[in-house]
Design a protein around this ligand. Structure first.
Ligand code: PLP
Length: 411
């Protein structure tokens, strides 16, 4: 092998304006290049405790068990579903996009009895629709997605916790795409479990999944048996219910690892933890509410610009996430050709769509480090230029002007 054919990494400069991942904040990248520590070094366990404290604020919770699962966002989802669902448990999943289907798929692998309700893509559920389904199905868990990037819709969750409490249902949400860019109140909304990921509004690279668990959820998990009798110590609580069919995602063991027992489980992904810690520090230095307002400001400026160039948007704008916009591809325009020109000639990535929206909708994200005016203005200007090039006439300069007007009114 001629090693010179494998040069040192030098990835092309890209502005990532799709539905995630996004460019990581440089402060996060610097934190991640810090030297490693042994996993029981007091400095390391101190950082782990700090991460728990920081993410309690990000999740707006007092939950003791607020920690990181090593892996991408679905590692967080799988850890919660595998650890809480017993084979045969009924779960209810309101599906309004691709990530609802993902929850169903994972729940089926946990051998849950999965019940779904659906609305057309581009819409969300009313609390009544969900309450009616809960009354009918009587599930043990309600599995929701807060922001589904596949449709750009944000499911209102405020009223669901009280409904779940009334019917004795555990309430989970996947907030991967929404956390820190849209309001989420774990405690005030009565959520029993929430999971997230770094590569959306949290402003980092994917690789860790912050989760938080209520005391009720902890109790449910502690009832599960632990398989590895050989390594059991007093500190491992041993329940009576069927074991969790994963070692890596066994939240009972993971709590014992992050808790004062520090029982060996996996080797914490140190660099990823340093990155997640810096993401939370950035968010809390800005102020969680200020950060959400920033996502709203730039998301709306993008919307105004897109409308200003005469393009249609996808879905019910009343329920749009702050951080992603679905843009209808005009008829006669080849959506993939436009994305290719945006990437190759402007270094800007925008998203395509899945399933029923494929070839019909682009998805443009303004999140995390890229929820900024310069990112919005560059993306709008490049898109206008590319559309003109492929023969779709837009009023010249209208997109940038509309965005400027919006910023002006928020100056
Ligand atoms: C982007 C996204 C994910 C991503 O999961 P990964 O495992 O990090 O790829 C999960 N859930 C939702 C709702 C998302 O928008």
């Amino acid at each position: 092998m001629d090693i010179n054919h494998y040069p040192q990494l030098n990835p092309p400069q890209r502005l990532l304006m799709g539905p995630g991942p996004i460019n990581a904040d440089p402060r996060v990248l610097r934190a991640m290049s810090s030297q490693l520590l042994g996993q029981y070094d007091p400095a390391m366990t101190h950082y782990m405790n700090e991460v728990m404290a920081l993410y309690r604020v990000v999740f707006r919770t007092e939950n003791r068990w607020t920690l990181l699962i090593d892996g991408t966002s679905r590692a967080g989802i799988e850890s919660i579903l595998l650890s809480s669902i017993r084979p045969g448990d009924k779960v209810l999943v309101p599906v309004f996009g691709r990530f609802g289907h993902l929850l169903c798929e994972i729940a089926r692998r946990c051998r849950a009895e999965v019940h779904t309700i659906e609305v057309p893509w581009g819409e969300v559920f009313t609390p009544d629709q969900i309450e009616d389904a809960i009354k009918k199905v009587r599930p043990r868990l309600l599995l929701t997605v807060q922001g589904d990037t596949s449709t750009t819709m944000l499911q209102p969750l405020e009223q669901l916790g009280a409904i779940c409490k009334q019917y004795g249902v555990l309430f989970y949400t996947d907030a991967t795409a929404s956390l820190a860019g849209n309001a989420l109140e774990t405690d005030a909304w009565g959520l029993d479990a929430v999971s997230a990921g770094m590569q959306k509004c949290l402003g980092g690279p994917s690789g860790t999944s912050p989760i938080t668990l209520s005391a009720e959820m902890e109790a449910v998990i502690r009832k599960r048996k632990c398989v590895e009798q050989g390594i059991r110590t007093e500190a491992h609580q041993d329940g009576e219910e069927e074991m969790i069919y994963s070692n890596y995602f066994d939240l009972g063991m993971i709590m014992d690892y992050w808790g004062p027992e520090r029982l060996n489980h996996h080797t914490e992904a140190t660099s990823a933890l340093f990155g997640a810690r810096e993401c939370a520090r950035l968010i809390l230095q800005e102020g969680l509410d200020n950060g959400i307002a920033r996502h709203k400001l730039h998301g709306e400026a993008l919307l105004k610009g897109i409308q200003g160039m005469g393009l249609e948007t996808f879905g019910d704008l009343k329920h749009k996430m702050n951080n992603v916009l679905g843009v209808m591809i005009p008829s006669g325009v080849n959506g993939d050709q436009v994305r290719k020109l945006m990437l190759e000639d402007f270094g800007i990535e925008i998203g395509t769509s899945f399933g029923p929206l494929h070839g019909k909708v682009w998805r443009i994200g303004t999140m995390g480090y890229n929820a900024r005016k310069d990112c919005v203005m560059q993306t709008l200007s490049a898109l206008e230029t590319v559309l003109t090039y492929v023969g779709y006439r837009t009023p010249q300069g209208a997109a940038a002007q509309a965005a400027w007007d919006h910023y002006g009114s928020h100056a």
